[in-house]
Design a protein around this ligand. Structure first.
Ligand code: ATP
Ligand code: MG
Length: 415
């Protein structure tokens, strides 16, 4: 894509009321726009990153047998009364229309997915299965100061699994721990993300969170380096040793919850009487698991963890483009031709290129390129054309190399 055609632009300053590093950088670089506290628009560059994250998650959920659906945001009050959460969930947005009919704006979808599943489950033969969606959630977050990490409206992948008994749920739940670890590995957060034992509410001893270590986090966790697992401080009172190996010298860290898996068991199947007939024709309760990941939460966490003084730094797998082709404006038409040729060559090889074809000073272009954070910056100028090479700079390491066309294409297609 030609940068001259991008309708958004980088900005000198982030809004004065924005305190979070992720939002400041993303707004300055033109990835998101703030509509109000906790509510953001994804602009073309930001949406490309979000879609890359979405596709990684989708691939992993499909591999785990998940079937994608899309449920609505507007939920009849009656369903939320059935589980009692209309009255007990304090961050629930409630809206009423002119006729007085009340709805919830969905903060999660157990109240919708269980009655949905009930229509299709009658026998043990209909189980197990898992279904998921990417969908906007609404939560009346009081502390909406963390940029896109804590939205009042945000996109979540939520998956729900349905099983005939706890053993089947437990096996699937164990498998999902690995699936989640792979998602965080692929989006570039693997090294700093820990499977974390957290409180499981009244129905199970633990739920599991995936916590990424960053000063921007709102949670305190205790990490066991030997096992690469952690314990959330909220439950440390009854768990001050590693739940995996029993070691007691755990390391305290600040972290953000990027994902959560929960064995709901019959918490939601009971109120909706979600049952199936077993081999003897006897009614049995369906048990469930749920598995959430915030897409904006991942995106913002990547910015918090990898962003540096000069701006954003994207891991290859989720970067908006693979290459930022920076053309140094010149009166010599051969520079434009050289840039265009390289743009076409790379594009033909399937490399996603953002081509800075605008009339601007080199220094300004370089600063903006660092701010946008595309993994590889390639400069085409009178100098590089005369030398017959291109200057390639790795955004993360700052390493600069002079490469010819073939080397460059090789670099971009093997990363
Ligand atoms: P937190 O403790 O941070 O409020 P939560 O326990 O309420 O999170 P869940 O209900 O388990 O979160 O939601 C599943 C996932 O959705 C979380 O792991 C997180 O990635 C994401 N998420 C939750 N709340 C928000 C939010 N307000 N903005 C963005 N993402 C969110
Ligand atoms: Mg919450």
């Amino acid at each position: 894509m030609k940068q001259s055609q991008l309708f958004t632009k980088a900005r000198k300053e982030a809004p004065a009321d924005e305190v979070a590093k992720n939002a400041k950088l993303l707004i300055r670089a033109g990835f998101v726009d703030k509509l109000q506290a906790g509510v953001y628009t994804y602009l073309p560059l930001g949406l490309r990153v979000l879609k890359n994250i979405e596709n990684i998650i989708r691939e992993e959920m499909n591999k785990a047998g998940g079937q994608e659906i899309l449920m609505p945001s507007l939920h009849p009050k009656e369903l939320w009364q059935t589980t009692g959460r209309w009255d007990t969930m304090d961050d629930l947005y409630k809206v009423s229309d002119a006729s007085g009919r009340e709805n919830a704006l969905g903060p999660t979808h157990e109240e919708i997915v269980v009655p949905l599943a009930k229509q299709f489950i009658s026998s043990y033969r209909d189980l197990p299965f898992a279904t998921y969606q990417f969908q906007n959630k609404f939560r009346m977050e009081l502390r909406a100061k963390s940029g896109i990490l804590r939205g009042r409206e945000f996109i979540m992948k939520d998956m729900y699994s349905f099983h005939r008994d706890e053993a089947d749920l437990a096996a699937y739940y164990e498998m999902m721990k690995g699936v989640y670890a792979r998602v965080f590995e692929r989006v570039g957060l693997g090294e700093r993300t820990y499977l974390t034992f957290a409180s499981g509410g009244s129905f199970s001893k633990y739920s599991h969170e995936f916590q990424t270590v960053t000063p921007a986090g709102e949670d305190t966790i205790y990490v066991c380096d030997a096992c690469r697992v952690a314990v959330n401080k909220e439950i440390i009172a009854d768990q001050d040793t590693c739940p995996s190996c029993g070691k007691s010298d755990l390391r305290e860290e600040t972290a953000i919850e990027v994902g959560n898996i929960f064995d709901l068991k019959s918490r939601f199947s009971n109120p909706f009487k979600l049952t199936y007939k077993d081999e003897e024709g006897k009614d049995q309760t369906v048990v469930m698991g749920c598995y959430g990941i915030g897409l904006g939460r991942i995106l913002g966490t990547v910015v918090e963890v990898l962003g540096d003084d000069n701006g954003l730094v994207w891991p290859q797998a989720i970067a908006p483009f693979a290459v930022h082709l920076v053309e140094i404006s010149s009166a010599d038409a051969s520079v434009r031709d050289g840039a265009e040729k390289l743009y076409n060559d790379l594009t033909q090889e399937g490399v996603q290129v953002l081509w800075d074809d605008r009339e601007a000073r080199a220094g300004e272009k370089f600063a903006e390129s660092d701010l946008i954070g595309i993994p590889l910056r390639v400069v085409v100028s009178e100098k590089t054309l005369a030398a017959g090479t291109f200057e390639a700079k790795n955004r993360a390491t700052g390493e600069v190399s002079m490469v010819d066309r073939a080397e460059l294409i090789n670099m971009c297609t093997t990363q």
